[in-house]
Design a protein around this ligand. Structure first.
Ligand SMILES: *Cc1c(COP(=O)(O)O)cnc(C)c1O
Length: 421
């Protein structure tokens, strides 16, 4: 029996998470399948922004660092986020960007290894990791070498299956993104971390496509370090500060290199000498963008109304439905699925390669369906169980089919590339 629109509507009718969609401002006539890149706007954000700008900044002025709790916001938001990634209060701060946090934690991990196992000179990652992760590692390696340290090597796997082969005793840090941004492939964090530890390597996880998308348990996995975005599945707003997590066993052992005053034990003593803060606060650097940071709570508040177990169940139902519908409706249109069909191995997105993926995505956007495009040839459809409806999966597939069948994607305007794809 082929799937029908009525089947999809029936799934919406019995979806216990359906009311959460009303927490978001979503424009009419748009099917938003890009919450993996920029989360939708929580309705509460407008009121909160008004409060921060009019009262806290406008009226409170400098007093708000104390009276509005601005100074403690990175730790407070970290505590609110912690349960989504299997962290405890006091283990997470929301601060800086994912790229910068990755630099800080990779440097801390390498310093730790330098002290206990200086012969370990390899960082293992994936060739298809999000490029900024690889760029930051290369920048750090160059920096260390410029200061006279022996060279590090970045060992890149072509596929996560190569992990056992790549993890030799020369590896200092295993630096992986938990859910791959291109394919949506999810690595078994506990298994990979255990393997890394067997070889004396530390694990550093990028949770950009995991936090708020799939259940994560950093402590159960015995992971060492983690970073992630708040503007993707956590709906913190464009460029909202990222988070970082350090396992309690490592927090006080080594500093991170961006030792700004917010990481000092007593920042307002204004001492010329640096003395690191104990605990997770030593991973801060300097003054935070308070207006952007304040928006992060609006996204996290919505997660407090549900659980990652419920979200995961709906996420898998959405991605499974989409794969089935594309197979049913769009067979024969040169779409190649690159996302694992095994639910245990995928995040909350589905990706297809199409020879003209860029133009097809532009044609979809022109019809009100918003996925995104990533080189090479990848059409990425993100499913956010907080607000995506099953009915939308049906309509998105029908519009995709129409575009492929009619060839309407093949117009000059759909081949034109803007700065952001
Ligand atoms: C989105 C993403 C980033 C983004 O880093 P920024 O510093 O916020 O630009 C980093 N890593 C991965 C894996 C991502 O998916």
């Amino acid at each position: 029996m082929p799937l029908t629109l009525a089947d999809c509507c029936a799934l919406d009718a019995r979806d216990a998470l359906a009311p959460l969609r009303h927490e978001f401002k979503l424009p009419d006539g748009v099917i938003y399948l890009d919450g993996n890149s920029l989360g939708a706007q929580p309705k509460a954000a407008l009121m909160r922004a008004q409060q921060v700008i009019c009262q806290e900044w406008g009226e409170g002025l400098i007093r708000s660092w104390n009276t509005a709790g601005w100074f403690a916001l990175p730790q407070k938001l970290g505590d609110q986020l912690a349960h989504l990634i299997g962290a405890k209060p006091g283990e997470v701060v929301v601060t800086d960007s994912t790229s910068v946090n990755l630099f800080k934690l990779l440097a801390a991990a390498l310093r730790k290894q330098q002290a206990i196992a200086p012969h370990k000179r390899v960082i293992v990652s994936e060739r298809r990791n999000f490029p900024t992760d690889l760029y930051m590692a290369q920048g750090l390696m160059d920096q260390l070498q410029a200061h006279g340290a022996p060279a590090y090597e970045l060992r890149l796997m072509d596929a996560p299956e190569e992990l056992a082969h790549a993890l030799q005793d020369d590896v200092a840090v295993l630096m992986l993104t938990h859910v791959n941004y291109q394919t949506g492939y999810m690595i078994d964090m506990a298994e990979a971390t255990a393997l890394a530890h067997q070889h004396g390597a530390l694990s550093l996880w990028d949770l950009a496509h995991s936090a708020g998308a799939v259940p994560v348990d950093l402590n159960a996995a015995q992971a060492d370090y983690a970073v992630g975005c708040t503007y993707k599945y956590l709906n913190g707003g464009p460029g909202s500060p990222a988070f970082l997590w350090v396992h309690a066993r490592h927090q006080d052992s080594f500093g991170q290199p961006l030792s700004g005053w917010w990481s000092h034990a007593q920042p307002f003593d204004m001492e010329p000498g640096y003395l690191p803060h104990q605990g997770i606060s030593r991973y801060l650097c300097g003054t935070q963008p308070i207006i952007a940071l304040s928006m992060v709570a609006c996204g996290l508040d919505i997660f407090d109304k549900t659980s990652m177990v419920a979200l995961r169940e709906k996420s898998l139902a959405l991605t499974t439905l989409f794969m089935e519908l594309v197979q049913q409706e769009c067979a024969g249109f040169a779409l190649t699925l690159i996302t694992p069909t095994d639910p245990a191995k995928r995040g909350s997105q589905v990706s297809y390669i199409h020879p003209h993926g860029f133009a097809v995505v532009q044609a979809l956007i022109a019809r009100g369906v918003i996925p995104d495009y990533r080189e090479p040839g990848i059409m990425r459809f993100g499913f956010t169980p907080l607000y995506t409806r099953f009915e939308e999966v049906w309509h998105a597939t029908a519009i995709l089919k129409d575009i492929l069948q009619s060839g309407s994607w093949d117009q000059p305007k759909f081949h034109q590339r803007d700065v952001v794809t």
